[in-house]
Design a protein around this ligand. Structure first.
Ligand SMILES: [Zn+2]
Length: 364
């Protein structure tokens, strides 16, 4: 059956190179017992995750980005230096951001209303690792969180992109007092990032070829990993702007890989990973009419509320089920192949018992 797991991904890459075409085949011969539940590596049982991120609160480019993302049902992460918003007197030292419109809080509220993450990019966009005073670093990390959570209430501000990728152990330690993750250096992330305050990213420059950018995605898919792409300007505005045409080509390449890629904001992927690694299934009860169990974790529920994708193996006779958790319910078709009969669905840790019942149709 179609299932991405860390071990399988490695094994099956070899098979793929041999051309045997078994990339998604499940390896275990035995049929799983009904009631057995697994947490998928990525939401929707996709093979990899991708986060599209946009730096420096560039109003004009963001209007373009948001329109193009919305048209494809994608949500991005926008890193905002809070001192630059609604502030004509801001002292902007970064040459690429001088004389660029950074918008008002009303603009950023409107972008957030489409489900995009508005995240911290510090207050004044300094090279954090070059600051001597810990108090100044703390101010640069704390203030934007306070401002964003005030201006965009009730939304939370839980992630930060360090300007210029400038961070060190001291910066990351202080950042952990305010955020759940930070974005810093270059590369593609493993499915289990070793350090949530050094989440890697790759970003195109104006002359980066489309094939280079799609190669990043294909590498993430091959590794079952997480690619974060960083964009700045577009249409000649700001640092290393892409042409609109190139950006659209890239988004369409993401769209073409959507079967394999979970496209989600920075914060959603961090929550998913931490919940996936911490959550456990217990109190399993199985009979002919229902499967019930508990999905719990030890993370704070006010932050970690991202739904996990679960696979539960069900009796062979079931064809459609109702999955209920608290007040939420989903109707899900049962999937089956030579080795397993199962349902794929969403549940949130610590939100009550998960109950799965077959839907039976009465012949008339
Ligand atoms: Zn920046």
């Amino acid at each position: 059956m179609k299932r991405a797991s860390l071990i399988l991904c490695g094994v099956l890459l070899v098979l793929e190179m041999l051309g045997c075409g078994l990339v998604f085949e499940r390896q275990q011969p035995a049929r799983e017992a009904p009631g057995t539940t697994e947490i998928c590596l990525w939401k929707g049982d996709k093979q990899a995750a991708i986060s599209l991120t946009f730096d420096d609160a560039l109003l004009g480019p963001t209007q373009t980005y948001v329109q193009l993302l919305n048209a494809r049902g994608m949500q991005g992460t926008f890193f905002v230096p809070t001192d630059w918003i609604d502030n004509p007197d801001a002292e902007i030292k970064d040459y690429a951001n001088v004389d660029v419109d950074h918008g008002t809080w009303a603009d950023w509220r409107a972008f957030a209303a489409h489900g995009h993450e508005i995240a911290s990019h510090t207050h004044t966009h300094p090279h954090l690792a070059e600051l001597e005073s810990e108090d100044v670093i703390r101010e640069e990390l704390n203030l934007p969180k306070q401002i964003l959570e005030r201006e965009l209430a009730p939304l939370r501000c839980l992630t930060i992109g360090f300007p210029y990728g400038s961070s060190d152990e001291r910066v990351q330690r202080i950042a952990a007092d305010y955020y759940i993750a930070g974005r810093a250096p270059q590369g593609i992330n493993a499915a289990r990032p070793p350090d949530f305050f050094a989440i890697k990213r790759l970003g195109p420059r104006s002359n980066t070829a489309l094939t280079t950018m799609t190669g990043w995605m294909d590498e993430a898919i091959a590794e079952c990993g997480w690619l974060m792409v960083t964009f700045h300007g577009i249409d000649g505005v700001a640092w290393e702007p892409l042409s609109r045409e190139r950006f659209i080509q890239f988004l369409d390449s993401v769209q073409n890989r959507r079967e394999m890629l979970w496209v989600a904001p920075f914060v959603s992927v961090v929550k998913y990973i931490k919940e996936r690694e911490d959550a456990r299934v217990s109190d399993v009860s199985v009979d002919a009419e229902k499967i019930t169990f508990q999905l719990t974790d030890d993370l704070p529920d006010d932050i970690y509320n991202e739904s996990l994708t679960l696979i539960t193996y069900v009796p062979q006779a079931w064809t459609r089920v109702l999955v209920m958790q608290g007040k939420n319910w989903q109707r899900v078709d049962v999937s089956r192949d030579d080795e397993a009969t199962y349902v794929l669905y969403e549940a949130v840790p610590d939100q009550g018992h998960v109950r799965i019942r077959p839907i039976r149709y009465i012949d008339k």
